[in-house]
Design a binder for this molecule. Structure first.
Ligand SMILES: NC(=O)c1ccc[n+]([C@@H]2O[C@H](COP(=O)([O-])OP(=O)(O)OC[C@H]3O[C@@H](n4cnc5c(N)ncnc54)[C@H](O)[C@@H]3O)[C@@H](O)[C@H]2O)c1
Length: 467
């Protein structure tokens, strides 16, 4: 087998003024890396793994992926920004963080990554997909449908982070690609890791195998936490770079936090109410309240800081009702968890614990995560993905990933517009938030006004995308 060039041998052109290369191209990132990244790869049964999106989660996910299979090799990486690959940019993690973690695990030899296979730019994902058997995708969710579609078309297995879409166009693309993945026998895991966690798996069995709750009536779910990171606008950044660096605050990239974070909890309600591990279910409608009432200035993005949504399930919209809260307000009540209400009992899930209580308040079952010997669900999802690939077991989380992500999207539409949003109409509308052109020279659809402020949705005035 031909030996790859070492990063030092393959020095390509440096990153541009703004810290990224507009069109995709190999970068010099590897020259600064602390470990040798061109370990000899031997044998023909290795799984070539690629990573798209080298932020916090991508760098964690790739370590878990490699740890999940001794035969997995990281062979290609991509990020929109070159400085996210070498870790020198704002909120840098990148390859130095990955190699440090792998060294700790004694797994640094699972990396075969010359500079020629480190790509930056909007199109960089294509090279990574082309060079891999399995792709880990951890970019902002707005890009997920595009990247997933390409990976499936090229016949690659996929791990992709949640959420998987931020609009109807994205939802429809994910479902279409999921069907193609099934036709091709590809394996797909979505990073809704609660599905891979004992606290949830055991509770699910109690509800659906033993029927401890009786008939399910609905529930509550919460992601009430604090505001995420924000990077100040820097000299020389154009609007596209500002939005890409601060993707969290822009709906076309993030979906709003009701989608980005709260999808985890909405997903649990869809999963438990459906009783279906493979497909989940979706609400038939959503209506709710929301806005921005913290001191986050209007010069920062277009998202709300709180959403309260009532979801209705079932043909007559009355089979189950779920109340859903998401808030980003530092100092306010923090709570992340879910409750399912049944005719006989109720189930509360939060962090390390699940508890079922009957109508009198008596605990009839509980499970607490053991303090030691417990494998993280972030690891289990990669272990099970590798197992499914190696043994050709059916595994495709994209259907429930799409339904849960789009459930959160219709919740956002409800709070933005103040209207009742029907699932079917939203799906049929195929509304699309992506800009026509994806490049650092293109203008996003959402722009600040002359004062540098963005316009927030106004319930009652903001229209549904298809109205
Ligand atoms: N499952 C979980 O618990 C969990 C936890 C954290 C984040 N996430 C998800 O992971 C994803 C990434 O989140 P993060 O916290 O790592 O964000 P991040 O900003 O740290 O990383 C995202 C990376 O993607 C890059 N990127 C942006 N657009 C790209 C494109 N078109 N092509 C290639 N690279 C691109 C960015 O430059 C950045 O380096 C999000 O969808 C988030 O919701 C999941």
């Amino acid at each position: 087998m031909q030996k790859e060039q070492t990063p030092e041998q393959n020095v390509s052109k440096p990153a541009s003024r703004r810290g990224f290369i507009g069109a995709s191209g190999a970068v010099t990132a590897a020259a600064a890396l602390p470990v040798e990244l061109s370990a000899q790869v031997a044998g023909s049964d290795q799984v070539k793994v690629g990573l798209i999106g080298m932020g916090g989660r991508g760098c964690g996910a790739i370590v878990q992926n490699l740890a999940g299979n001794d035969r997995a090799r990281l062979v290609a990486v991509a990020d929109a920004f070159a400085d996210k690959i070498d870790g020198s940019g704002p909120r840098g993690s990148g390859l130095p963080a990955v190699t440090k973690q792998l060294e700790k695990l004694g797994k640094a030899n699972q990396v075969d990554l010359p500079a020629s296979r480190q790509y930056a730019g909007f199109d960089a994902y294509k090279q990574v997909v082309d060079e891999s058997d399995l792709v880990c995708i951890a970019t902002p969710p707005g890009f997920r449908p595009l990247h997933f579609e390409y990976a499936v078309n090229q016949g690659k297995h996929v791990f992709m982070e949640k959420p998987v879409c931020v609009d109807a166009f994205g939802f429809n693309k994910i479902v279409e690609s999921a069907q193609k993945a099934d036709d091709k026998g590809l394996k797909v895991v979505v990073g809704l890791q609660r599905h891979y966690e004992d606290v949830y798996r055991q509770a699910f069995a109690k509800v659906h195998e033993e029927g401890l709750l009786g008939d399910l009536l609905g529930g509550q779910c919460y992601w009430n936490g604090s505001r995420p990171w924000l990077i100040d606008r820097q000299e020389g950044w154009n609007e596209m770079e500002y939005q890409m660096r601060n993707w969290y605050y822009f709906t076309w990239l993030c979906g709003d936090h009701n989608v980005e974070q709260h999808v985890h909890n909405i997903d649990i309600l869809n999963w438990f109410l459906s009783g279906d591990n493979e497909r989940g279910c979706n609400p038939i409608s959503a209506q709710g309240l929301g806005g921005r009432c913290t001191d986050l200035p209007l010069s920062v993005g277009e998202i709300f800081d709180h959403h309260y949504v009532e979801y209705r399930y079932g043909q007559d919209q009355n089979n189950a009702i779920v109340n859903s809260q998401s808030r980003q307000a530092t100092g306010a009540w923090r709570h992340v968890g879910e409750e399912i209400i049944g005719t006989e009992a109720s189930l509360t899930m939060k962090g390390a614990q699940s508890v079922i209580k009957d109508a009198s308040g008596k605990v009839i079952w509980q499970y607490r995560k053991p303090r030691s010997g417990n494998v993280s669900p972030y690891q289990v999802e990669h272990n099970e993905l590798h197992d499914a690939i190696a043994n050709d077991k059916p595994l495709n989380n994209a259907y429930y990933g799409a339904k849960s992500s789009f459930s959160a999207v219709i919740g956002r539409l409800a709070t933005y517009t103040g209207q009742i949003v029907e699932w079917d109409k939203a799906v049929e509308s195929n509304f699309n938030l992506m800009p026509e052109e994806l490049s650092f020279d293109a203008k996003p659809k959402v722009l600040p006004n002359a004062d540098g402020n963005y316009t927030l949705p106004i319930p009652g005035q903001t229209k549904l995308p298809w109205a």
